[in-house]
Design a protein around this ligand. Structure first.
Ligand SMILES: Nc1ncnc2c1ncn2[C@@H]1O[C@H](COP(=O)(O)OP(=O)(O)OP(=O)(O)O)[C@@H](O)[C@H]1O
Ligand SMILES: [Mg+2]
Length: 390
């Protein structure tokens, strides 16, 4: 069972690449599902097919669905929301306003992921390709399970115990709405599902992100930050699709300048994503919709390689913390001690190994800290940062 989350900045070609990837996976004999968690839902347009909340067949061996986040949210969160609403109503906050309070940003996407989790565990599919919302939302969504579990682990068990004992007394003396047991059952079930999603997405043998970029500065900058944060949350990346590269046969001098610009950006992409496969995809002379064009795109992208089995999730670095020190660990296989050079410029960390150079966008938490030391042990470079606040 594999899950591939296709993500990237708005408009780079996520939906199209996800659709082509899913189609190729099905043609490699995998029972495949493609799910869109993006409320914009252009998946149906890519396939030129009608898609709804329930999976429907779009090609042999390929099912597609556009998850209706709102109905997922009602299903899982409804009872809890009603309870919280009645508590808030008691405090004077009502109607739409209260409802808005109770749906925090990213929550609908999280519930869309619960649906992916359900299909992943059903045993009905070998591969699930997820067409995600643009990067920022996806990132928030991937960090959400952490946030939610923290919340649930603390609140749930005690509240329920107290409420069981106190409900008979409370209802006699106050008009504060007291949660019924079923609210806790609902909350427990959301908690369990979130734990389940976390386990699934956090397992690099199962889940990986595939980043789609264009050879353009702003797109690359955002993808590099995404890459850093995915690493920080422990999610693996299995490939970078470089989409809309000007093909060689375009000889019109009008595009000469563009070609030179793209060349520079392609170089940046190679340095920044050196540890994962980079797949280039040309700018086609057509809009890439419908099965035939998606199939053409997939064959140029993957050739005969299995679009899922042929790619492995990798988390090229790790950030650990101990005794006030933050340590960034980067795998640099085959490097000798005297060849490694580390320096920092602004928010970027450069690591040179012999003739190769790699650069990382540092997470916010490390930008305010100074590099104290860098040591190479068994192919792992450990860069330690001071306690900050200096
Ligand atoms: N390599 C390409 N050559 C030509 N057209 C392309 C290519 N890649 C994508 N397109 C076209 O660009 C348009 C936008 O692509 P797509 O919808 O996949 O982007 P997206 O990243 O999913 O956008 P959004 O962020 O809005 O979800 C579509 O019309 C698609 O057919
Ligand atoms: Mg899209």
């Amino acid at each position: 069972m594999r899950i591939v989350l296709v993500t990237g900045k708005g408009g780079v070609g996520k939906t199209t690449v996800a659709a082509a990837t899913a189609l190729a996976a099905a043609e490699h004999g995998h029972r495949t599902l493609i799910s869109s968690t993006d409320p914009a839902h252009s998946l149906a347009d890519a396939f030129e097919a009608a898609l709804g909340d329930e999976p429907t067949e779009v090609a042999p061996g390929l099912m597609g669905q556009q998850i209706d986040a709102q109905s997922q949210l009602d299903r899982h969160w409804g009872a809890i929301r009603d309870q919280l609403m009645s508590v808030l109503g008691w405090g004077g906050v009502e109607g739409i306003e209260a409802e808005e309070f109770l749906v925090f940003p990213g929550m609908d996407e999280l519930f869309a992921l619960l649906e992916v989790d359900r299909h992943a565990r059903s045993g009905a599919f070998d591969v699930i390709v997820v067409d995600c919302a643009p990067t920022a939302e996806t990132l928030r969504l991937l960090s959400l399970p952490e946030v939610l579990s923290w919340y649930f682990e603390r609140i749930l068990p005690t509240e329920r115990r107290i409420m069981r004992a106190a409900r008979p007394i409370l209802t006699r003396f106050t008009d504060l709405p007291v949660p019924e047991d079923d609210v806790f059952v609902a909350a427990q079930s959301v908690f369990d599902s979130v734990e389940s999603v976390k386990a699934l997405l956090g397992d690099p043998r199962v889940a990986s992100a595939r980043l789609v970029v264009n050879p353009e500065k702003m797109v690359i900058d955002e993808a590099r930050r995404t890459y850093t944060y995915l690493g920080l949350f422990g999610y693996g990346v299995d490939g970078v699709v470089v989409n809309r590269v000007l093909p060689e046969e375009v000889s019109d001098p009008y595009f000469d300048r563009w070609r030179a610009i793209q060349k520079g950006h392609l170089h940046t992409i190679d340095e920044a994503f050196a540890d994962v496969p980079r797949l280039r995809l040309r700018l086609f002379d057509d809009e890439m919709v419908g099965l035939d064009r998606l199939r053409l795109m997939a064959s140029e992208l993957y050739g005969d390689v299995d679009p899922v089995g042929g790619f492995e999730a990798r988390s090229p670095f790790r950030v650990t913390e101990s005794e006030g020190r933050v340590v960034l660990e980067v795998a640099v296989a085959f490097a000798h001690r005297d060849e490694v050079e580390v320096f920092r410029r602004g928010s970027e960390l450069f690591v040179g190994v012999g003739p190769y150079r790699r650069s990382f966008v540092l997470p916010d938490s490390l930008r305010r800290r100074r590099v104290e030391a860098a040591r190479l042990v068994d192919g792992v470079l450990r860069v330690s940062f001071d306690g900050g606040e200096g």
